[in-house]
Design a binder for this molecule. Structure first.
Ligand SMILES: [Zn+2]
Length: 192
């Protein structure tokens, strides 16, 4: 099947690409670039994943929506970064539009099991796809979440030794802050 992979350039995106590709699917990488401090690095990381696992790739740039500006810390008080729901809606809309325009029926992301209710993406894209499928458009869209049964440890176990792993980017600061949840997780797996 042809699947639009929402590819952020991180470890989860790599794991999702790996699973879907190994299942025989054809992946079309879609990276949505916001103006995070690390955005330039994230584009490069997404490209590395796409070069390895995807048939083609696009980058969509959406500027001016990151509310805290370029220099504010990206971590929440709990240490795990959360995007604001509006950004997730933007990503969902772009993904649905891109899939529809190209005749692809599936959209996949790298959201893990513990992130479902804390991440705005899932409810956003579910609502969007429900609306889409009630429209007059011929082709229904389906949402796939290949990491749905996995936690961080399982994802890192899956990508251990992968040649693209070192090229992934997890922190939204540039250079990586070294102190946020994602930086600490990388360190614990001997990743810079
Ligand atoms: Zn960090």
């Amino acid at each position: 099947m042809d699947i639009v992979l929402l590819n952020g350039g991180g470890v989860d995106s790599l794991a999702a690409a790996l699973i879907l590709k190994n299942s025989g699917h054809t992946l079309h990488s879609l990276h949505v670039q916001f103006d995070y401090p690390a955005s330039a690095s994230m584009v490069v990381a997404a490209k590395a994943i796409a070069d390895a696992y995807c048939a083609d790739q696009v980058v969509v740039t959406v500027a001016g929506l990151v509310p805290w500006g370029m220099n504010a810390p990206e971590a929440t008080p709990t240490g795990r970064y959360r995007s604001v729901p509006n950004l997730q809606l933007v990503v969902s809309g772009i993904a649905a539009s891109y899939a529809t325009r190209n005749g692809y029926s599936y959209i996949a992301n790298g959201v893990k099991n513990q992130e479902v209710w804390g991440n705005g993406f899932e409810p956003a894209i579910s609502a969007l796809i429900a609306n889409h499928n009630h429209s007059q458009l011929k082709q229904p869209l389906l949402f796939m979440r290949p990491l749905s049964a996995l936690d961080d440890a399982a994802v890192y176990a899956l990508v251990a030794g992968n040649s693209v792993l070192n090229q992934t980017v997890s922190c939204l600061s540039s250079p990586p802050c070294g102190t946020c949840f994602k930086c600490l997780l990388r360190k614990s797996h001997n990743l810079s």
